[in-house]
Design a protein around this ligand. Sequence first.
Ligand code: GTR
Length: 418
Amino acid sequence: MNISAKMTFTALLLCAGMAWGQNSKKANYDESKVPSYTLPDVLRCNDGRTVTTARQWERQRRPEVLDLLSQEEYGITPRQKIKVSHQVLYENKQALGGKATMQQVQFTFSGQGKSVRALLLVYFPNQRKGRVPVFIHYNFRGNHSTCMDEDILMSDWFKSLPPDNPTLPRGNQMSRYNFDRMIERGYATATMCYQDIFPDHAEGGPKSVTALFHPKHNQGPHRWQAIGAWAWGYSRIADWVERQPWADRRQLIVMGHSRLGKTALWAGAQDKRFSVVISNNSGCGGAALSKREFGERVYQINKTFPHWFCPSFAQYGWKEQTLPFDQHELLALVAPRHLYVASAEKDNWADQRGEFLAAYHASPVWRLYGLEGLPSSAMPGLHQPIMNHVGYHIRAGIHDVTNYDWERYMDFCDKAFG
Ligand code: GTR
């Protein structure tokens, strides 16, 4: 080998070694190995001033945080409006044993000469005095996966799957949704499959709603991708729900699990119509503080899911201490509305303590309004929910959504809506 060939070979080996080293780094699950870190002060403005009033928060600091998270984490949501039409495809006034009315609504989004269709599945209680609060939440495996109701239609995404796909059987994720209980407790539910809005894979963009916008919105390091699009979709569901005669537009609740918990937080941060925002096990890029470097890391999430965040977020891979923000600032954007963060005991990947601490460190913003967030940095024990203006619980079990979680969310909303 001549000298230059040897150098090229060595450089290649080095590169391969570095790539291997990066990928093989393990997640830390040992609390004693959490580095010492300094969180950005949520109340400190870019000009160095400290926010002391709710008005200053709203006028100065809140827009700064929203901009920073748009630029560096979730991407910029376009202000452009695209055409959205709705068609009620199906209605059953005697659903769930006569307790509820079920509707299925087709959303058609159009732009750039293309369109994307999505299906919303709604149940609202037949016995109600006036308008009811509404849980707006995406599902992972299709509307047909949420309950055994034979009349639930499948959206386009599922029609394109091979017949042996595990997401196809009816009710295949039923344990995560308990529509009977929601109806019994006086809540309506509106759910859509997130795949309808942005197919969840690296090549999903061209088939997603983002492709219906002017191409300039889909370029550059700060562009929105899947989480941005899913959050936008939550707001489009709210547009429809708030016009329904049975829905209380002051009581819209956005809820999501895991990647959809990240999404619910980002939707709730941007859209003040959501009066309660619920994050279920949202972890890295959701409620968990990145600077703790516990469980899933910024490098790993961007590597596995390059289509979730804006490209700019990847620069902080393995370099969380250089992040100019942390996730408590995302949570703070919900103030003074109601926020609930939930963790699961076995969900170390999502960093339960990091989820709790982010809610704690966001709490000073609620205090500006004279409201109580989380009062102490000491985590509560299992099944000891805290329900102030900010709520939190950690339950036994794995990364999932369970009846326990839903019952607490309804307790919290009962309290929030008086
Ligand atoms: C994991 C991902 C998490 C979480 C989860 C989910 O693979 O690393 O951040 O979002 O997926 O959404 O189920």
